[in-house]
Design a protein around this ligand. Structure first.
Ligand code: SF4
Length: 361
């Protein structure tokens, strides 16, 4: 593909129309931030997210009304839905009956074998998958009240493995696993350890990351490190922000690692005292235009470089499909590594856009 990452071999698990596992692209998911009982708002949010690239949506199931709302929500959306269940097996069963494509169960709060068997009966009947969703903040009782003697990463791994055994005993294997901690290094260690202990696909994420920029940095390092090692099959970037932002950041993580491409690429220099053209304005305009030109599969994505001066400019511009290196109120235009012409700053944006359109449209 675009990189040399060797994916960890996993089983392939179906979540409605989406497949999760090493034979399939790493998918992007998010979680609605609306009240699931408010069907109109939830549907609107899901459809907006689907438009920008969300491929699986999770909704919180707070009570029976929320579980029952899933049926109506499902009718209005085109992407698979995962119901996020805590504490109540009844809610899990109701969410499955309502047409959830997957349910997330938390071993920290639904753990008795009888309840799980009941849930499994319905999951098998409907052919849905289950995510074993461990979160460091809701580990099984006892672990949170006593100081951990055990490495928290290992505690998550052991909890997940014990939980998985219950499903396997019932010959249920449609499982996806997540092991999220708010600490990046703990998260990485947990997934790395688990990757050697089971072959189920992983949902990757760092939890409770807070506001940007630290949330984006934590998610990018945590998710990115694991993806580079071939670990991870679907990702959710958790931000104290809009779900749209979560999807945008997830796409950027995958694009940066060249795991998937969603758009053409624009690089621009940070500018410094040497810069004599308006890099911000030019980059903004070019990016606006390029983002509206979808990848069509017929032509490969292009890279456009917008550089402020001749220090790094010509090198980066030559390396891109189209590039400019700024001078004193002009830009040197490069195409496929060749200097084409010098263009006045006032004509730079129009010239660049024309060149881009000639290349990709
Ligand atoms: Fe500064 Fe030139 Fe580098 Fe841009 S390319 S940051 S203007 S030295």
């Amino acid at each position: 593909m675009y990189n040399e990452i060797k994916r960890r071999k996993t089983s392939q698990v179906r979540i409605g129309s989406l497949f999760c596992g090493s034979d399939y692209p790493v998918s992007i998911q998010s979680m609605t931030k609306t009240d699931t009982r408010d069907i109109t708002s939830t549907v609107n949010q899901i459809n907006k997210l689907a438009k920008i690239g969300c491929e699986l949506i999770r909704v919180a199931v707070l009570d029976l009304r929320a579980a029952k709302a899933i049926k109506d929500i499902k009718r209005e959306i085109a992407i698979p839905l995962e119901a996020d269940i805590h504490f109540s097996p009844i809610l899990a069963i109701e969410a499955i009956k309502g047409g959830s494509d997957c349910i997330r169960l938390n071993p920290g709060n639904i753990k008795d074998g009888h309840s799980l068997k009941e849930i499994l009966k319905f999951a098998v009947k409907k052919g849905i998958s289950i995510r074993v969703g461990i979160n460091s903040g809701s580990m099984p009782e006892g672990d949170s009240t006593k100081p951990h003697k055990e490495d928290p990463a290992l505690a998550m791994v052991n909890t997940a493995l014990n939980y998985i055994k219950i499903f396997e005993k019932q010959k249920f294997y449609e499982l996806i696993v997540s092991l999220k901690a708010s600490d990046v290094l703990t998260t990485i260690r947990a997934y790395r350890t688990m990757s050697k202990r089971c072959g189920y696909p992983f949902h990757l994420g760092v939890t409770a990351t807070g506001f940007t920029p630290s949330s984006i940095i934590k998610s990018s390092i945590g998710i990115g490190t694991l993806l580079l090692e071939g670990i991870g099959d679907t990702i959710r970037v958790s931000l104290t922000d809009t779900p749209e932002q979560e999807v945008i950041v997830a796409r950027e993580i995958l694009s940066s690692l060249r795991i998937r491409r969603f758009s053409h690429e624009v690089i621009s220099c940070p500018t410094c005292g040497r810069c004599q053209i308006d890099i911000n304005r030019i980059t903004k305009k070019v990016k606006e235009v390029l983002d509206k030109i979808p990848l069509n599969g017929k032509k490969p994505p292009i890279k456009v470089a917008i550089m402020g001066c001749i220090v790094n400019g010509p090198g980066e511009a030559k390396d891109a499909d189209i590039g400019i290196a700024g001078g004193n109120r002009f830009g040197a235009l490069f195409k496929k590594g060749m200097l084409i012409k010098k263009v006045k700053e006032t004509e730079l944006i129009d010239t660049l856009i024309k060149e881009i359109k000639d290349e990709v449209v």
